[in-house]
Design a protein around this ligand. Structure first.
Ligand code: ADE
Ligand code: ZN
Length: 333
């Protein structure tokens, strides 16, 4: 039955809307790159690294995630990383991916933002006939808004390679209102807008992401459920939530997946999508996330179809490609 579910999910055309490219760095590749670049890693072996991926909360994960990212140095590293993710996504039935990257994690170490973006974009171009993809530049919310404005300006020569701007990193204590200015500047430059909110932070941060930042989608949003009026608003305004069930389990947002609120949101008409977040660190790519949440919440084929349809509708694709992909889903189920 589980094999059957896995096969069905992999064959279902879908979009991935919430994946951090740095979070796809598998330990094998991390060690290869660290050796190539003369970077010292905090672990001796691949096995030791994986064993350390036992998290208490978002911050305990972020601490390791930023250390791991130090292995990434050259344009080739960023290109190899993106190529490996896209190959994996294709095999999971992903037809379109909108992919976060954290430029400040790299520019703070003296790496040119052009090295990062050109490397990622090269790999995107190489498989564009098999999977369409877009880049989302994320501001790190543990750093000041002035640093976000600086990185946005540094990215402007590569404006044509970036579709949207987002907000990630340590949520609690760093409310969306701190980033009004960089989001206003991003909107003026024509970027689409998204933001992580309500992962560990309160429903109030989801309201802030919508009202203060103008976010068009909410990344995670699980804690919006505490606010009934907000849930009604998400449904009526068709504001999509990009949920990441295995991430929520591994970061102890919902230690038991059977307690996850994804199905409650679906039943209330919210545009919920399923995504992988940081698959290397959490041990599951997008198809694994569909399978895990389907098993935990006893979702049927119609729910899975709805999740796939939502992912296409909530993407930043144009109407023509959306129509093609929706027809593919319809023919499959
Ligand atoms: N950066 C990478 N993964 C993240 C997550 N789940 N939440 C916030 N920032 C992140
Ligand atoms: Zn995320």
């Amino acid at each position: 039955m589980s094999e059957q579910l896995n096969g069905f999910v992999k064959g279902l055309a879908k979009a991935e809307l919430h994946v951090h490219i740095e979070g796809t760095l598998e330990p094998e590749m991390m060690f290869e790159m660290a050796a190539r670049n003369g970077v010292r890693l905090p672990f001796a072996t691949v096995e030791e690294t994986r064993a350390a991926y036992d998290f208490d909360d978002l911050q305990s994960f972020l601490d390791l995630y930023y250390l791991g990212a130090e292995a990434l140095v050259s344009e080739r590293d960023f290109s190899d990383l993106m190529a490996a993710y896209l190959r994996r996504a294709i095999s999971d039935g992903v037809r379109h991916a909108e992919i976060f990257f954290d430029p400040q994690t790299h520019t703070e170490r003296g790496i040119d933002i052009g090295t990062v973006i050109e490397g990622l974009a090269k790999a995107q171009r190489e498989v564009e006939s098999e999977i369409s993809s877009m880049l989302i530049l994320c501001f790190l919310r543990h750093l000041p808004a002035s640093a976000a404005i600086e990185v946005l300006e540094a990215a402007m020569p590569y404006r044509h390679l970036i579709s949207a701007v987002g907000l990630d990193s340590s949520e609690v204590g760093n409310p969306p209102e701190l980033f009004i200015e960089p989001f206003r500047a991003a909107k003026e430059a024509g970027f689409r807008l998204v933001a992580h909110a309500g992962e560990e932070g309160p429903a109030e941060y989801v309201r802030g992401a919508l009202d203060a930042l103008g976010a068009e989608r909410i990344d995670h949003g699980v804690n919006a459920y505490q606010d009934d009026a907000l849930v009604k608003r998400l449904a009526s305004e068709k504001i999509a939530l990009t949920m990441c069930p295995i991430s929520n389990q591994r970061l102890k947002v919902f230690p038991d997946l059977r307690k996850h609120n994804l199905k409650q949101y679906l039943d209330r008409g919210v545009v919920v999508t399923v995504n992988s977040d940081d698959p290397s660190y959490f041990g599951g790519y997008i198809a694994d996330n569909y399978v895990a949440i389907a098993a935990a919440l006893e979702l049927g084929k119609n729910d899975l179809k709805t999740l796939a349809i939502n992912s296409i509708n909530a993407s930043f694709l144009g109407d023509e490609r959306k129509t093609t992909l929706l027809a593919e889903i319809d023919a499959y189920v």
